[in-house]
Design a protein around this ligand. Sequence first.
Ligand SMILES: C[S@@+](CC[C@H](N)C(=O)[O-])C[C@H]1O[C@@H](n2cnc3c(N)ncnc32)[C@H](O)[C@@H]1O
Length: 209
Amino acid sequence: MTEILEAEPDAAAVLFGEQLDFARRFTNNLARQGEELGLIGPLELPRLWTRHILNSALVAPLLRPGRVGDVGSGAGLPGLVLAIARPDVEFVLIEPMERRVAWLNDQVAELELSNVQVVRARAEEVKLDERIDQVTARAVSALRTLIPLTAPLVGAGGELVLMKGAGAAAEIAAAEKAIRKYRLSEPEILVLGEGLLPEVTRVVRATVG
Ligand SMILES: C[S@@+](CC[C@H](N)C(=O)[O-])C[C@H]1O[C@@H](n2cnc3c(N)ncnc32)[C@H](O)[C@@H]1O
C-alpha cells in the first residue's frame, strides 16, 4: 500500500513563519527519499509533518542567537528543521553515519542554508573549531548516557535542550550520577505544543556548571 503524505497542518505556518517554504521543500524531499535512504520508517508519511517536522520545530523558540550543536541528527531532526526555522542561529549537525551525513549535506546545498555545518563524527569524538552555546538531541539515547555525550560539547555555561517523551522525569531520576558529574543545574521539563499539535513534546533543559 502506498502511504500518503500528511496534509500540511495549520501549525506549520505558525511555527515556520516566513521560513515555511523551506520547511515545505525539506518535508517533500524527506517524503520522497526518506524511506529509500533508511531515514524514516515506512509508516511515517501520514504523520511526517506532525510527528517529526513540527515536533522538531517546537524547540526553535528555546534557541538563542549563537551556535547550536545537534547530536545524532539522522534525517535532520531536529537540527535541520531548526536551522530552517531559525536562520539567525548557526548549527553544527553531528552525525556518524555516512549515508545520513550525505543526505544532510545534500539538503543543506539544495535549500541553500548558509547557517549549517555538517560534521561526520560521534559526539564523544568530535573536534569542533568553535565553541557551541546550546546542544540539542532527539531520539538518541536515555539521559544517563546522553548527558555524558552532550554536556562536554558546550562546557560551563552552555545549555542542554534535549527532546524527550513522557518518560522524561524517570530519565532525569535515572541520570542523577551524570547530572552531578557534569554539574548540571536542576533539569527543567518544558511541555511544548499544547493547543498547537495533537501530541505535546517534552524538552529537558539544564545548564552545565
Ligand atoms: C534513532 S536516530 C534519531 C535521529 C534523529 N535525531 C531523529 O529524531 O529522527 C539516532 C541517531 O543518532 C546517531 N548517533 C548514535 N550514536 C551517536 C553518537 N555517539 N554521537 C552522535 N550521533 C549518534 C545515529 O547515527 C542516528 O542517526
